[in-house]
Design a protein around this ligand. Structure first.
Ligand code: PRP
Ligand code: ADE
Length: 172
């Protein structure tokens, strides 16, 4: 299936100069959505990405992380933006393609023997995924890899990530 044809390009959102890759048009397409989750699952299995937990980042990591966790028989752990999680958190500041932000995870979400796969809709600069990896590493657990639906290759976000397998389904 041509997944790119289901992704809508919006110029100058949320700031001038950013070409926004809009996944809402993929999500609303029943066959496209099913194909995306099935393809994502297959690629994880082929790449040997076996994890106890999928860690997904607010907010678009919450869309793809849970169905992938369900298919892989893993649990899902949300990484949220500042001030949203109710129990004690680990926090980290990070840079976006368009601004800065802070990510948090519950301190009791992971244990040192957990295997973790980090999942998001898109990697641009890699700032979000790199910050999430640093959060996960605070627990001393094993980061098995990263999975993204979309990779913006020009921004070379991969270079900012630790040396573990990285899969993406669609490249620009
Ligand atoms: C987007 C996207 C990734 C991140 C990628 O999220 O969903 O999480 O940017 O950019 P990076 O590789 O340069 O860090 P955003 O922070 O816009 O939040 P949202 O999902 O809540 O829209
Ligand atoms: N997150 C960071 N950069 C993005 C882009 N160009 N399109 C959609 N989401 C993004």
């Amino acid at each position: 299936m041509d997944l790119k044809s289901l992704i809508r390009d919006i110029p100058d959102f949320p700031k001038p100069g950013i070409l926004f890759r809009d996944i809402t048009t993929l999500l609303r397409d029943p066959e496209g959505l099913r194909y995306t989750i099935d393809f994502f699952t297959e690629k994880c299995i082929e790449s040997g990405l076996q994890a106890d937990y999928i860690v997904g980042m607010e907010s678009r990591g919450f869309i793809f992380g849970p169905p992938l966790a369900y298919k892989l028989g893993a649990g899902f752990i949300p990484v949220r933006k500042r001030g949203k999680l109710p129990a004690a958190v680990h926090s980290i500041e990070y840079e976006l393609e368009y601004g800065t932000d802070c990510l948090e995870m519950h301190q009791d979400a992971l244990h040192s023997n957990s295997r973790v796969l980090i999942v998001d809709d898109l990697i641009a600069t890699g700032g979000t995924a790199s910050a999430t990896a640093k959060l996960v590493q605070k627990f001393g657990c094993e980061l098995v890899g990263f999975g993204f639906i979309i990779e913006l290759q020009d921004l070379q976000g991969r270079k900012n990530l630790p040396d573990v397998p990285i899969i993406s389904l669609i490249e620009y």
